[in-house]
Design a binder for this molecule. Structure first.
Ligand code: FAD
Ligand code: MLT
Ligand code: ZN
Length: 472
């Protein structure tokens, strides 16, 4: 999108009636970090970034943009994985200065926050009043709740608490025409017609700007027990999941797959990471139990479950962490895979889901298909398999040129997504569609569903001023 100088000048001069001068940013050095996605696939451009401090300001900005047909890209922490917050010439609307906690009510188990609050800030605020906000993702120190809701973020605790959508009680949204829709109720029951708030969750900023949200809180977690376990075989991961659930009920909060190649990446490139099991097998999992009681119960149940799994030949070895340092070491392995995987000569990332019981079969058959296509290719499937969500990332064969591997992106993506589809799976489990998966929307979405989505977009944003070119 191009932005003629005269139109930009005129727009900026009118904006100064709405925003403080500090919140109208044209300095390209300041804008620069907002143009690049962390995965490094996209570098966009934008002449202007606005940093409003209230819903009323957002409303006035959008009203003016709609009248003048000026396109906007909302942005939170810019940690999204599918480049959905990267502008292509549009104005960036950063919510980061709207970062106030508006209400914290431990009796109601709710917190109401502005959209630019950093996830970690919300977790800490809840913890200070003996409550727990459970969304937990690697970017929690920099992503915002507005971004989390707009991507319907997942993470490592979905197993126990659900996706972001399940944690939202109400939201406030500014529509493309500037109207403010107040759906900020803190109710757990409110069957008053269509649940419109859900339209905006996972919409990646294409239907409205989320300016505030009321969120569910839970009892504070007083005790976590973490284990690193080697599986007898990938298929026994599902037996293990069943055993853990049978033994611990609601305590199980994380079940994350770590393949041996991921463990090697973490040990080779991570910061002082120690292998928790010297005889780690090809497939391993990180397990976490979270308990609201600070006693031995969770540990005892973990020990009993793992003992049973050993006897049933479901696992070959296990270590239960007995110190903060060991727990940190285990989770550092998980984080290091995400960070250092590109060092294997490049990576092609996938965020897919299949029905939980199909996970082992899906991982195996995808590996077979990839090997057939490119012998020596190195899949690194890891992540939230307790939810059926696999980050099926793929690295090139040893010694293969990164450039040549990149050229195979389309074919490799089709193998992974196509295979997920045959299992009744999704090509976008928790990261969204953004720019990257637009063609898969056409290929895999039900055409009628897609048509309804476009009609909703057209109803709420007929001039397509909100995050154009994303999702569709
Ligand atoms: P941004 O990247 O700024 O924006 C994301 C999308 O939301 C864009 O479309 C943007 O336009 C829109 N948007 C942002 N704010 C608003 C708003 N207020 N109103 C309307 N639209 C808005 N994701 C997971 O789901 N699970 C994980 O486990 C996970 N782990 C990660 C680990 C790392 C190390 C990193 C870097 C990322 C990870 N992510 C994960 C991806 C990312 O952190 C999430 O998608 C997060 O929810 C994005 O939040 P954000 O504030 O950075 O949003
Ligand atoms: C994770 O689970 O660590 C992330 O979703 C991975 C990613 O963003 O690529
Ligand atoms: Zn993830």
């Amino acid at each position: 999108m191009s932005f003629p100088d005269k139109q930009l000048e005129d727009f900026i001069s009118k904006l100064s009636n709405i925003l403080d001068g500090r919140d109208i940013i044209t300095d390209q050095e300041i804008i620069y970090p907002h143009l690049q996605d962390w995965v490094g696939n996209f570098h966009g451009n934008s002449p202007l970034m606005l940093t409003p401090r209230s819903s009323e300001q957002v409303s006035k900005i959008l009203k003016m943009c709609n009248e003048k047909n000026i396109k906007i890209v909302p942005q939170g922490g810019n940690t999204g994985s599918v480049a959905s917050g990267i502008p292509n010439g549009e104005v960036i609307l950063s919510l980061k200065k709207m970062n106030k906690i508006l209400d914290l009510n431990p009796k109601d188990y709710t917190i109401t926050v502005e959209a630019g609050c950093i996830l970690n800030q919300i977790q800490l605020a809840a913890s200070e009043v003996s409550r727990h906000f459970p969304l937990s993702i690697g970017s929690e120190g920099s992503c915002t709740i507005g971004g989390n809701i707009s991507t319907n973020a997942g993470g490592i605790s979905v197993l126990k608490y659900g996706n972001m959508r399940d944690l939202v009680l109400g939201i406030e949204v500014v529509l493309a025409n500037g109207n403010i829709v107040n759906m900020l109720k803190k109710l757990r029951k409110d069957n008053t017609g269509y649940a419109l708030k859900h339209l905006f969750m996972g919409a990646e900023g294409t239907l409205g700007i989320i300016t505030a949200a009321s969120l569910r809180l839970f009892p504070k977690i007083e005790n976590k027990v973490t284990a690193f376990v080697s599986l007898t075989d990938l298929t026994t991961s599902m037996n293990l999941l069943e055993i853990l659930r049978d033994f611990s009920g609601e305590l199980l909060s994380s079940f994350e797959l770590i393949p041996d190649i991921g463990l090697s990446i973490a040990i080779e490139f991570g910061d002082n990471i120690i292998n928790p099991l010297v005889n780690a097998e090809q497939w391993n999992v990180i397990i976490e139990f979270s308990d609201t009681k600070n006693n031995e119960n969770a540990k005892n149940l973990m020990e009993a479950a793992l003992q049973h799994a050993l006897e049933e030949n479901v696992i070959t070895d296990a270590v239960i962490s007995d110190s903060i340092a060991k727990t940190q070491n285990i989770w550092k392995i998980r984080k290091a895979i995400v960070e250092h995987q590109p060092k294997l000569g490049g990576e092609i990332k996938h965020d897919v889901s299949v029905p939980i019981s199909s996970v082992p079969d899906f991982i195996r058959t995808t590996g077979d298909k990839l090997a057939q296509y490119l012998p020596g290719v190195r899949p690194v499937p890891y992540g939230h398999i307790g939810d059926g969500n696999i980050h099926y990332n793929v690295c090139p064969p040893i010694g293969y040129s990164s450039e040549a591997f990149k050229e195979k992106t389309k074919e490799i993506r089709e193998i992974v997504y196509g295979n997920a589809f045959t299992y009744g799976g999704s090509f976008a489990a928790e990261h969204g569609v953004g720019i990257i998966k637009k063609s898969q929307m056409i290929k895999y979405k039900d055409p009628t569903e897609l048509t309804i989505m476009k009609e909703i977009k057209n109803l709420l944003d007929p001039k397509e001023i909100l995050n154009p070119g994303k999702i569709f």
